[in-house]
Design a protein around this ligand. Structure first.
Ligand code: SAH
Length: 204
């Protein structure tokens, strides 16, 4: 139902994305009491004032990265690990950073239960990226920032894509940046509302 009533009617087309979202059980990423709402059309609390993103937002962001299966991906804001699991189906290796240790360890357990062995989760300030593993073919941040952290542009490979919400605390634009050999293309994919990206090059 999530695929047929939320994703396809809003224009999600890439069959690999739809297949990954059909395959990954979303209910194991939410708290027990919220199982019955796990496939609903809104974000849900995951503790520590954070949320698991709305399914459509996960689909849109993933599709916008245009993954082929061979990419090295940097994800900032592991959260529940749901987006991470979807990425792990669609790219070669995922490096995911989460600021809050309890959230990171819960995500790790859920990802292990799904045998997502191509994912590394680390606790830290994701506004600095993951310099030791750069460059990345794709970068995705699931938390909103007043600007694109400079580390992301440095750590994105030429030809690579970055998706993240940029704007004010209570509403942002979903931005896609494509880094070409000689220029940078910046597109606005729509309005959105994410939790804050908190760190040295985000919100204080
Ligand atoms: N896609 C995730 C979204 C989680 S919410 C999901 O669907 O579950 C965003 C997450 O970003 C939160 O868990 C928050 O703690 C984390 N976050 C915020 N600032 C961060 C930073 N600087 N580095 C890493 N993670 C950060």
């Amino acid at each position: 139902m999530m695929i047929d009533t939320q994703l396809v009617p809003r224009g999600i087309k890439q069959k690999e994305v739809l297949h990954a979202m059909f395959t990954v059980p979303r209910h194991i990423f939410v708290e027990d009491g919220l199982y019955s709402q796990a496939y609903s059309d809104f974000p849900l609390p995951i503790g520590e004032k954070q949320t698991i993103s709305q399914p459509y937002m996960v689909a849109l962001m993933t599709e916008s990265l245009g993954l082929t299966g061979r990419e090295k991906v940097l994800e900032i804001g592991t959260g529940s690990g749901y987006q991470t699991a979807i990425l792990s189906f669609l790219a070669e290796k995922i490096y995911s950073i989460e600021r809050i240790p309890t959230i990171a360890s819960r995500a790790r357990k859920t990802l292990d239960a799904l045998h997502c062995s191509n994912v590394i989760v680390r606790v830290g300030d994701g506004t600095l990226g993951w310099p030791e593993e750069a460059p990345f073919d794709a970068i995705i941040a699931a938390a909103g920032s007043p600007r694109v952290p400079s580390a992301y542009m440095d750590q994105l490979r030429a030809g690579g894509r970055l998706i993240m919400p940029v704007g004010a605390e209570d509403s942002q634009e979903l931005i896609r940046i494509t880094k070409k050999e000689n220029n940078i293309v910046r597109e606005v994919l729509g309005g959105c509302r994410f939790v804050k990206l908190i760190g040295k090059d985000g919100w204080q």
